[in-house]
Design a protein around this ligand. Structure first.
Ligand SMILES: N[C@@H](CCC(=O)N[C@@H](CS)C(=O)NCC(=O)O)C(=O)O
Length: 217
């Protein structure tokens, strides 16, 4: 039988990095298959030999597409952007494009890695909540200030961009770690607008093939 030519996304329902890519795939209307990698079960399926062969970083997401496997959510999104440019996720204007990358990097390098599972394991069970809250509030303090000058309806202007694909999943992490969002009215407003969009809805952690029944919506 011929091998499926559909892209394959290695994903975990709750992974904010996987959700970024799921939103891009949904926005660009790309049909794909999900292979669930449970980050908790069996000590973490990301550590299996089979998965490490795909992504030596032992992290989701990874996307098999067009004969290659790509790790790192922003690299995946940029590849999709370059090969399937509609709708655009990086603005044409170089200044706005830089702002989109600034917001994306702030979240993907400056917040999420600090509250990632592997770091929380090192921090120890009793310190995890405070640690994650501190990482998120410190990043959100900067992000709120930046968005006040870059945002329109969304993070940069009025078009959904890669920055928004990073924002909504990070706000979901903030909710999970019980961060008070009151000091972040711009972040909260943009997140609300994003969650109303179909692509964010279908790709949401509560609607994935591997979402446990008790967390489904
Ligand atoms: N920079 C990477 C980060 C990927 C990452 O941190 N993935 C998390 C889930 S959101 C993961 O797989 N964690 C597994 C672990 O920490 O063991 C990306 O953007 O794809």
């Amino acid at each position: 039988m011929a091998e499926s030519s559909k892209p394959i996304l290695y994903s975990y329902f709750r992974s904010s990095c996987s959700w970024r890519v799921r939103i891009a795939l949904a926005l660009k209307n790309i049909d794909y298959e999900t292979v669930a990698v449970n980050l908790i079960k069996d000590g973490g399926q990301q550590f299996s030999e089979e998965f490490q062969a795909l992504n030596p970083m032992k992290q989701v997401p990874a996307l098999k597409i067009d004969g290659i496997t790509i790790g790192q959510s922003l690299a995946i999104i940029e590849y999709l952007e370059e090969t399937r440019p509609t709708p655009r996720l990086l603005p044409r204007d170089p200044k706005q494009r830089a702002q989109v990358r600034m917001v994306s990097d702030l979240i993907t390098s400056g917040i999420q890695p600090l509250q990632n599972l592997s770091v929380l394991k090192q921090v120890g069970q009793e310190n995890q909540l405070t640690w994650a809250q501190q990482a998120i509030t410190s990043g959100f303090n900067a992000l709120e200030q930046i968005l006040q000058s870059t945002a329109g309806r969304y993070c940069v202007g009025d078009e959904v961009s890669m920055a928004d694909l990073c924002l909504a999943p990070q706000v979901a992490n903030a909710d999970r770690f019980k961060v008070d969002l009151t000091p972040y009215p711009t972040i909260s407003r943009i997140n609300k607008s994003l969650l109303a969009l179909e692509a964010f809805h279908v790709s949401h952690p509560c609607r994935q093939p591997d979402t446990p029944p008790e967390l489904r919506a």
